[in-house]
Design a protein around this ligand. Structure first.
Ligand SMILES: [Zn+2]
Length: 339
């Protein structure tokens, strides 16, 4: 799937992104290495209860060295599954599958902090990551009175419904967003042409995610193939996306980035650390992320594993029956992380 736009459009997107930029403050409330966990350090989800007492899923012996599935979704919808599309029915089936097996959702940031406070003892963390910020992930429906409600068939609407009927399931997951790509991949839709979404709703959606317990993640401005561009362009793409997130949620500390197509920049470390200096203002915009997400590679290592490398977090793509198969393998080999 290609999201690339012309240079003219990129500059417009970047200008918009630069509007309210400021440097990111230090991480709020970074958690300790306590497996019992604290509140997530990212997002404003402090009002949600800790691991629910009425959450009575299957319980397994603790395994803090086990693997954690980081699931990767793109478009939720359509009539049949494809590489970048998961139907609503399949997405719902995935949720039921992981829930039944005793997985409970956390964010990448929580994993980095070894914060498993949202996972009851004897259960396992799972991380849902949504890439590319398509309207199918987060849509609003506008009523006759102008009031906005979340579309129950968008990923967030499905998630909210699922949470109501599944004790212990919370608003935890990571959204790796684009803010200036083609076909409405711009903070979940930038024109009614794409899923009836309005440009004015974009920041509201991003803020809703942060306020409700989800993690915001950098995925570049328009899904640049980072291996094909010089250092300056790479840093502009990454910093520009971070600045746009900051425009939606002032002061938000982005900790995770996902590589578009899984492609590394020539200077690999620019994926997690760099600086873009705005030629117009001369202002430097540095970025420094704790985690980089790859596109594949299977369930990731535990943060307790000495070989855990936060700059190479592997994922499981939501393709065909892959998630189900991977979870089966983890159970069979008893290599699943259990709190
Ligand atoms: Zn992507």
């Amino acid at each position: 799937m290609s999201f690339q736009k012309t240079c003219a459009v990129i500059s417009v997107a970047l200008l918009a992104a630069c509007g309210a930029s400021k440097s990111s403050p230090a991480t709020k409330g970074s958690a300790t290495g306590d497996v019992s966990g604290n509140a997530p350090s990212t997002g404003g989800a402090g009002n949600q209860p800790a691991a629910s007492a009425n959450d009575t899923g299957p319980k397994l012996p603790a395994n803090h060295m086990g693997r954690i599935p980081v699931l990767e979704y793109h478009v939720i919808g359509g009539t049949q599954n494809a590489l970048y599309t998961r139907t609503v029915a399949s997405f719902k089936a995935d949720l039921e599958d992981v829930y039944k097996r005793g997985y409970r959702p956390i964010t990448v940031a929580q994993m980095l902090d070894k914060n498993f406070g949202d996972v009851p003892d004897g259960m396992s963390p799972v991380i849902f990551v949504f890439d590319d910020a398509s309207p199918s992930q987060f849509s609003y429906i506008q009523g006759a009175d102008g009031k906005l409600t979340i579309d129950p068939n968008s990923a967030i609407g499905i998630w909210e419904d699922f949470m109501k009927t599944h004790p212990g399931w919370k608003n935890r997951g990571t959204f790796c967003m684009l803010n200036g790509a083609a076909a409405g991949h711009n903070f979940f839709g930038d024109t009614p042409k794409y899923g009836g979404q309005q440009k004015a709703w974009r920041f509201q959606k991003v803020k809703w995610l942060a306020d409700n317990g989800f993690e915001l993640c950098d995925h570049t401005i328009w899904h640049m193939k980072l291996n094909k561009y010089p250092d300056a362009a790479v840093q502009q793409q990454i910093a520009g996306n971070m600045m746009a997130i900051d425009s939606a949620v002032a002061g938000y500390k982005v900790r995770t980035m996902a590589l578009p197509y899984g492609l590394w920049p020539t200077n690999k470390s620019l994926a997690w650390q760099g600086t873009w200096t705005d030629p117009k203002t001369g202002i430097a915009h540095p970025y420094h992320f704790d985690a980089v997400l790859e596109v594949a590679g299977g369930p990731t290592r535990s943060p307790y594993d000495p070989q855990f490398d936060p700059h190479h977090i592997t994922r499981v793509q939501a393709v065909a029956n892959d998630i189900h198969t991977v979870l089966d393998q983890l159970d069979k080999s008893k290599t699943r992380f259990v709190k």
